[in-house]
Design a protein around this ligand. Structure first.
Ligand code: TMP
Ligand code: ASP
Length: 241
């Protein structure tokens, strides 16, 4: 599949057209940002890890019946995906308190929830991705009620699959962010990426953070953490097909 013109450059990825109007190429960068772009840096090798990890996890989810945008890994940093209209919601599932949850509600990190939580924010950088509920999402016409129902059902199912996968790698899936898209026929599919940029992944034994919080919080060992979490995934799944 030949790479056409660049359609979009985001904070961590670029998107290119292809010869097929229904397909796009996503290219993962090493650029890292946090706090709505306020903090900037580079995490060497991150683009390769995020590309391969996201693809491996989407293949796993497809096997479990979750539809995704994934089509084919083209090389270390580039993947062919279905073109979708992104639903402008960030869908966050949490199993354990951390990050903005701990901050908002004044609790420590590491509290294991009796059952997972879900929340939505409006994907809008100018507004700082404000939190909203499903009534707000409907009022703003960001998604229809039936689409929100699909998104919630998929998000909790994805959590079950990923939680058990990461557990088998000795890792606690603390929380993660998903984005969904709409195919031309209206079906909702998982889009964007699932990576250490978009998930909190803690070593089960030591609690060591193996995700982007090392960058956000200046904890050091950022590249090592990305390499370590990818090595654990590859040990479990074998090298990506
Ligand atoms: P939070 O605790 O800061 O709300 O983050 C929850 C999860 O969402 C965490 O795994 C990191 C991920 N996340 C993103 O993928 N993109 C973002 O812009 C933010 C703020 C969080
Ligand atoms: N990547 C996001 C940003 O720059 C935030 C994050 O992942 O913390 O806003």
């Amino acid at each position: 599949m030949e790479k056409g013109s660049q359609l979009y450059e985001g904070k961590a990825k670029k998107v290119f057209a292809t010869g097929d109007p229904d397909l796009l190429i996503v290219s993962y960068k090493d650029d890292a940002t946090a706090f709505n772009g306020l903090k900037r840096g580079t995490i060497e090798g991150k683009g390769v890890v995020n590309n391969k990890m996201s693809n491996a996890l989407m293949r796993l989810l497809e096997k479990e019946g979750i539809p995704t945008h994934f089509v084919k890994e083209l090389n270390d940093r580039e993947t062919l995906v279905k073109k979708v209209r992104i639903v402008p919601l960030e869908v966050i599932v949490r199993n354990v308190s951390a990050g903005s949850f701990a901050k908002h509600y004044g609790v420590e990190e590491g509290i294991v929830f009796p059952r997972p939580t879900i929340e939505f924010s409006y994907k809008n950088d100018a507004l700082g991705d404000p939190l909203l509920n499903e009534y707000h999402a409907e009022a703003l016409k960001l998604a229809a009620p039936s689409e929100i129902a699909d998104i919630k059902r998929y998000a909790f199912r994805i959590n079950e699959v990923l939680k058990s996968f990461w557990d088998s790698c000795g890792v606690t899936l603390v929380d993660f962010k998903l984005e969904f898209g709409k195919l031309p026929d209206g079906r909702i599919v998982l889009a964007d990426e699932i990576s250490p940029d978009t998930s909190r992944l803690w070593d089960k034994e030591t609690g060591r953070k193996l995700d982007k919080d090392r960058f956000r919080r200046d904890l050091g060992g950022v590249e090592e953490a990305y390499r370590e979490i990818m090595a654990r995934l590859e040990r479990k799944l074998g090298v990506a097909e």
